[in-house]
Design a protein around this ligand. Structure first.
Ligand code: ZN
Length: 435
């Protein structure tokens, strides 16, 4: 039997070189304010943060909220020159535009939303070698700027390792680098670092208590933080891209008539308009203030989908899509009662066009599958989270295969994700009735 090679910590030369470049690029247009609350109750700012943090000897674990693409960079900067090993989504590892950097930084890939034994082993390697492990329990970048769930629980790992856990809370980055926005905006970003758990506390806590403590430590509502700080996020075309996450008009209820122009969000059907102000809050042209900000607007859409699903026992929608697949190996996955063979792909490969039929009893893709006509079934109870890139594609993960659905109407990704997550929530409540 061949012995497994141990996962190495980031190569110092590569880490420092790329750390410098990435920090430079992402800090060029914004002010990033670091604060560290030390375990003995002091609060330090700016360059003193790094001086304090460097005194802490690894190994330790870092957890953070994940509301923007550059969260990794803020962590690198705060703990510099300590080298951090990040756990990242396998998709990012294999096929993103940053994939070269991710590999060079020796990040650990993980299958989203499912246990991954290889990832756990690699994590032990890093911590056993006096390394620093960083992870983002929210799993995907939070679309609406308000923390919700932690699908990638790390409580068991924390309980087992009994190492100090730092929490890094980032607020404001969501307003500069939202996933729905193509162009970066100027603004102030607050990075708040604290010791969330000590080995002594971890010893006395259950896994559930650890989960709860981590959830609290990294909870961020970007809008509430802005209300406290009063920071402004300036720039033109502030609302551009919001049509890819906001699709339901709060005034007339019509869907997919929302358009954006410069700083305005407009319903083309009824004329209801809101301005996305520099405070990242909304100002409405009608007397009624529907939502104070897009975070709440987005949550209202989720609620509307849930109501529609609960009210109709035959609920169904059809989504025309182009399917692409990412599979690291030749593998076999379940599809309804049968097995589906999926070949190894080179990065994310196009596999054809079809329709995704969404019902409460299951999701069915019918269409091209690498030159064949196929029906692929997805089990509702296996699809709890549907990450998506606004205006691009949404993803369903089955074991280590990623199905990326590029909706023909690109704005449809948000609705597809909210519908499927609501069907999961509704069906799982039925299976375990509330007491
Ligand atoms: Zn309207």
């Amino acid at each position: 039997m061949s012995r497994r090679t141990k996962t190495k910590r980031p190569n110092p030369f590569v880490y420092y070189f790329f750390g410098f470049i990435v920090s430079f690029l992402s800090f060029a247009k914004r002010r990033v304010l670091f604060t560290y609350r030390t375990p003995d109750g002091r609060e330090v700012h700016g360059s003193k943060v790094r001086e304090e943090l460097v005194k802490v000897k690894p190994p330790y674990i870092i957890v953070g909220n994940h509301h923007s693409l550059y969260d990794y960079v803020f962590a690198i900067r705060a703990f510099y020159p300590r080298r951090i090993t990040f756990i990242v989504a396998r998709k990012l590892y294999l096929a993103s535009k940053f994939h070269f950097f991710v590999k060079m930084a020796r990040a650990i890939p993980k299958n989203l939303f499912q246990p991954d034994i290889q990832t756990i082993r690699q994590s032990f390697d890093i911590l056993g070698n006096e390394g620093i492990l960083a992870l983002y329990p929210e799993g995907q970048i939070v679309i609406n700027g308000i923390s919700k769930d932690m699908p990638e629980s790390c409580a068991k790992l924390i309980k087992k390792m009994k190492l100090p856990v730092f929490a890094i809370r980032t607020s404001g980055a969501y307003f500069c680098d939202s996933t729905w926005r193509k162009y970066l905006k100027h603004g102030i970003i607050d990075i708040d670092i604290s010791v969330a758990l000590t080995p002594e506390r971890i010893k006395e806590m259950t896994v559930e208590e650890i989960d709860e403590a981590i959830g609290k430590a990294i909870y961020v509502d970007n809008f509430a933080e802005q209300e406290k700080s009063g920071y402004l996020y300036k720039g033109s075309n502030r609302a551009k891209g919001l049509e890819n996450i906001l699709y339901r008009c709060p005034s007339c209820g019509i869907e997919f008539e929302i358009a954006t122009h410069k700083n305005s969000i407009i319903c083309k059907y009824c004329g209801c308009t809101a301005e996305y102000t520099e405070s990242a809050h909304l100002m409405w042209n009608k007397s009624e203030n529907y939502y104070p900000h897009i975070g709440e607007w987005y949550n209202a859409q989720r609620l509307a989908e849930r109501k529609a699903i609960d009210a109709d026992s035959d609920y169904e929608i059809f989504i025309p899509v182009e399917l692409r697949i990412l599979s690291e190996t030749n593998t076999v996955i379940p599809s309804g009662g049968v097995e589906l063979a999926v070949k190894k792909t080179r990065g994310i490969e196009k596999c054809g066009k079809g329709v995704l039929h969404i019902r409460k009893c299951g999701y069915t893709y019918s269409g091209d599958f690498f030159g064949e006509q196929k029906e692929i079934e997805f089990d509702v109870m296996k699809v709890r989270y549907v990450p998506y890139t606004p205006g691009d594609n949404f993803q369903i993960y089955v074991q280590d295969v990623m199905f990326a659905f590029y909706t023909i109407d690109r704005r449809y990704c948000a609705k597809a994700a909210l519908v499927m997550e609501s069907i999961y929530a509704s069906q799982s409540e039925k299976q375990q009735p509330a007491i």
